[in-house]
Design a protein around this ligand. Sequence first.
Ligand code: HEM
Length: 615
Amino acid sequence: MCLQECLAREKHPSNPNHHSRQCTDTVYMWKTRDVNSSLNGYTATRADTFQVVLTFRREKIHRGAFGCSRNIFSFSFSQVTSLSSCVEVCRQRSRMPVYQPGRWTKCGLYYITSRSYTTSATNKIKDPPTPHGAATHVPPARPLEEMPGPKGLPLLGNLLDYTKFGNKIISKLHLQLAKDFEKYGKIFKERLGPSTYMVYVSDPEDIATVFRKEGRYPVRGASLPLLDVYYKRTGKPLSLGMGDGKQWHDRRTTTQKKMLRPQAVQLYLSMQSQVTDDFMAYLQKMAEEKTELDIQAELVQYVMESIGTVCFNMRLNVLGAQLQHDAKERMFIQKNEELFALLGDYLFSLPFFKWFPTPLYARFEELYSFVLQFSADLVEKSLAKDAELRATEDSPQHFITDLVKDGESIETASDSAAALFIAGVESTSNSLAFLLYNLARNPDKQDKLRAEVTRVLPRDCHMTPEHLNRLPYMKACVKESMRLSFPVVLGATRILAEDAVLGGFLVPKGTCVINCNNASCLQSEYFPNPHAYSPERWMKEDNVQPHPYLLLPFGHGPRMCIGKRFAEQQMYIAISKLVQNFTIQHTGSEDIGITYTIFGKPDEPLGLTVTPRGD
Ligand code: HEM
């Protein structure tokens, strides 16, 4: 029975000449039924208002908890030709995922006639009788070879695109990817070498599928070949976050308990708050003395001090220090920055250095040896200080010693602290710089954030977990800044552990897939007015939340960034205290772009000033 017939049968009980009313509530339990086969065949013909209610269980990523999302959309009948197309429009508008068993719970369908009254009579729409033997129409997945993408050379494929002669220079990769997505759609492939394919995806549903197919020990695929060669040559044991399989997993397990559990990270909150308060005092003093500051450089030193306090449980005293050109700390900052630039440049390059040590490899080794030695010296000092402290204090908090207590060897624990320090400085300082920039460019948002912070956090008070829980707008500001200024050159990459259907193509197990959050984050389909800085998009009161896989700046799943919570906590404290005490202004050029190493950096000085607030 089609809808037209269905409506024609329904008469208002008191006035049989009037067509009705609310036609039906729950049409289908989508958990068990396929949307296309269920809804096709009902053709809407009347120009009445038509509402579709979609309800599904939303998986809250990272926590394993579930929530429910309900969306209602109205159409006139003339806008739709069939219910399935209408439901699909709603689904896309509300950015709900495509139907999956277990995720969808209910799809309700209502009619409100042009006379707009309803009766209690409801009429359940039944499935159209399926002709015997007719198969549900699910288009078969197409082979990977048919997926669109840039044509490559016969043997090399697209490899040369990633050299300095090609269009995929890492520093501006995001711009080329945006063009590719526009040209090929939400998914495209490249060939690296004779038969190795790499697939780029930007649809959040495809991104979710990739994470579901990443396997127990996810493999990133786009590894850092310079590091691989370094560890092979030197024979040193692989550091935290390196290698794959069980070896990677075992190396990470103990450390991750200290870093990703909210309670564990909160233990470091007061240390990070103290460093932040000292930073505020330093900025205040500089303002009083009318000293001009390079805020970006100050942020790097601030993050270094803070992450150093966490990893080594001691102050490095780089905060606000006027570091001499040849000071080891300054050299660490510079060399670490160059190190990440080299790692990024050689992400997809032809690794000649695997076979013979090129000058580039020699430079890399020099830089890496320096930052490792710098961190190892800090570890040594830290352990000596800890031993001293233990003589007087019962159990002072100490990252390395705590890892040892949990079963790590002292060498492994020390190596973890060093690795985290190296990774943490370069990543977080850049994200923080962009956050300040975005707030400076949007004074109304900055004022709104300040109002929230003022309400929740007394001025001379250390940040506590309770304060953090009451600052949703601040968290939205951080999220939105990461959306606009995506912090890593590519979203998380994965080698598929199983075959997957992505964008209608069958992508075989073993293929490297790149989840391009940096592209999806700027698509107007998902984020209306995508270039505007609008933290409100992430606020709970906004009914329609962005799809949970659209923005994953720290990756996702068992291989996600191990420093995520530390980095977030760092940014939360810093930005709350900064807006509370200062007005952040932007005096630089209009639109500052991003240039990528592994991490995104402003491509010119940000031109930020901070002015103390009198209130
Ligand atoms: C804004 C700051 C940061 C961003 C945007 C960021 C981003 C990322 C991303 C995208 C990954 C790959 C995740 C995946 O494949 O799913 C990653 C991995 C990693 N990050 Fe971060 N990160 C940040 C801060 C930090 C900090 C502060 C630390 C250390 C304290 C850190 C240590 C690591 C490590 C060790 C890995 C490798 C994990 C593994 O493979 O097991 N990151 N990060």
